[in-house]
Design a binder for this molecule. Structure first.
Ligand SMILES: [Zn+2]
Length: 438
């Protein structure tokens, strides 16, 4: 589809997206690929965990995921065994990175979690003004959280915060005001929400009062406008359930079950001309080869419901193959899409990181000519043509001989030599890929 044919859906509002690295950890291959379930934990990769700052022109700042807790500490003890295997490293957490970049933590209005694993949950107490938003199925994890249940993986929410568990069918949201024990919980449905301008007494906000300025330099304090009720979108591209979070087509929450209760993705519109979205795909899968069409299958070891998770990944593969999503109800509401997984390690080098913005990078990435067909094929060919050094030498030798035989025509002569050039390129690509992976 040509760029000029794509039209936006649901108005013209775009958001700014910035990627932050919220630490790194060791991810064993057996947790990622089905073909690696037999391998020891030592076989794997160091991966980043990304968080994203999304800035909306009206509703202000939203964080999607928080990465690791600083120094990998402060989790409920039930995580200890997992942490020993995954070895979190986090010298600077997302809050540190934001503050270094001049973002005051109490200007964050919304905190949306893809899910609540240790590498995404971070420390929500550092963002005292943020409404915390999760998928509906995450609610069941808080029936008896830590420390009420010492063995729970999930820490009770800080008191006095607004917690929203999104539903994808009407009513679209249930809202809970986390209360002091003697107070009654209030529940709203669908209504605009104002979390108030400061943490309530008893909250565990970790920002010292002295650090709080009356007028932050770079944004409104959280006396933000209440958001409208999210609009139900069914379906959104291949995904059966989604919500238009601010009812203006700028940010969609997509139900992507399978990995963990309530797992969700965010789809952020970063350009209307040409129509371009970033799909923040969380932990739908843990390596780009798992959403590259025809590549590797996700591991049964790392998903709450592997069949559901594979179905979700199939939808993601569909997006990656098409490179575009039909968004919005009107005809022609199609935009190109760039997928970013929470632990897509290659992205750490490929994409600009905070304080830089992702928007123009994403437009370039999404609209690369024929990228969707070429990239997976190239990867596949590179792997097929991964040969031992002897073979590589032979290929290069053949190419050299051909050049020597035809010195006046060094750029190639006929399909055969061109094919040999491609083979040598394939070998080089294979070697480069190996280096990056291991
Ligand atoms: Zn994760």
């Amino acid at each position: 589809m040509a760029a000029q044919e794509a039209t936006s859906a649901g108005g013209d509002t775009v958001v700014t997206v910035q990627a932050l690295v919220g630490g790194h950890f060791w991810l064993p291959d057996r947790e990622v690929f089905q073909d690696s379930v037999h391998l020891p934990a030592e076989t794997g990769s160091q991966v980043p965990t990304f968080s994203f700052l999304i800035t909306h022109p009206v509703h202000g700042k939203l964080l999607f995921d928080l990465g690791l807790r600083k120094h990998g500490k402060g989790y409920p003890p039930a995580w200890d065994e997992t942490l020993a295997e995954f070895k979190p490293e986090c010298e600077e957490d997302v809050a540190d990175v934001l503050q270094k970049g001049g973002v005051e933590l109490d200007t964050i209005n919304f905190l949306v979690y893809s899910h609540l694993h240790f590498d995404h949950v971070g420390d929500p107490t550092l963002f005292p003004s943020a409404e915390i938003i999760l998928g509906k199925d995450a609610e069941s994890l808080f029936e008896k959280p830590y420390p009420h249940d010492p063995e729970s993986l999930f820490q009770e929410w800080p008191e006095g915060r607004t917690i929203t568990y999104l539903q994808y069918t009407v009513p679209q949201a249930s809202v809970k005001e986390e209360s002091l024990p003697e107070q009654e919980e209030s529940t709203e449905t669908n209504g605009p929400i104002d979390t108030g301008s400061s943490p309530k007494p008893g909250g565990k906000a970790a920002v010292p009062p002295d650090d709080k300025k009356e007028v932050p330099e770079n944004g409104t304090k959280a006396t933000h406008l209440a958001r409208p009720p999210p609009q139900q979108i069914s379906p959104l591209g291949p995904f059966p359930h989604a919500l238009d979070l601010f009812a203006d087509g700028s940010i969609y929450v997509i139900d992507t079950p399978g990995h963990f209760p309530g797992h969700l993705c965010l789809l952020a519109r970063v350009s209307t001309s040409p129509a371009t979205y970033i799909l923040l795909a969380g932990d739908c899968c843990h390596n780009r080869l798992c959403y590259t069409p025809g590549e590797r299958l996700i591991s049964q070891e790392n998903y709450e419901d592997i069949e559901v998770a594979r179905d979700t990944v199939a939808k993601l593969v569909n997006c990656a193959r098409e490179g575009e999503l039909k968004v919005g109800k009107e005809e022609g509401g199609i935009g190109k899409v760039v997928v970013i997984l929470a632990h897509e390690k290659e992205r750490e080098e490929e994409m600009p990181l905070f304080p830089k913005e992702l928007n123009s990078w994403a437009v370039e990435e999404a609209w690369k000519e024929a990228k969707e067909e070429i990239t997976p094929l190239r990867q596949k060919r590179a792997r097929e043509e991964e040969v031992d050094e002897e073979d590589a030498d032979r290929t290069i030798k053949r190419k050299l001989e051909a050049t020597i035989e035809n010195p006046s025509d060094g750029k190639g002569h006929g399909t055969k030599t061109k094919r040999e050039e491609d083979e040598a390129d394939g070998v080089a690509a294979g070697a480069a890929k190996k280096q990056r992976t291991q």
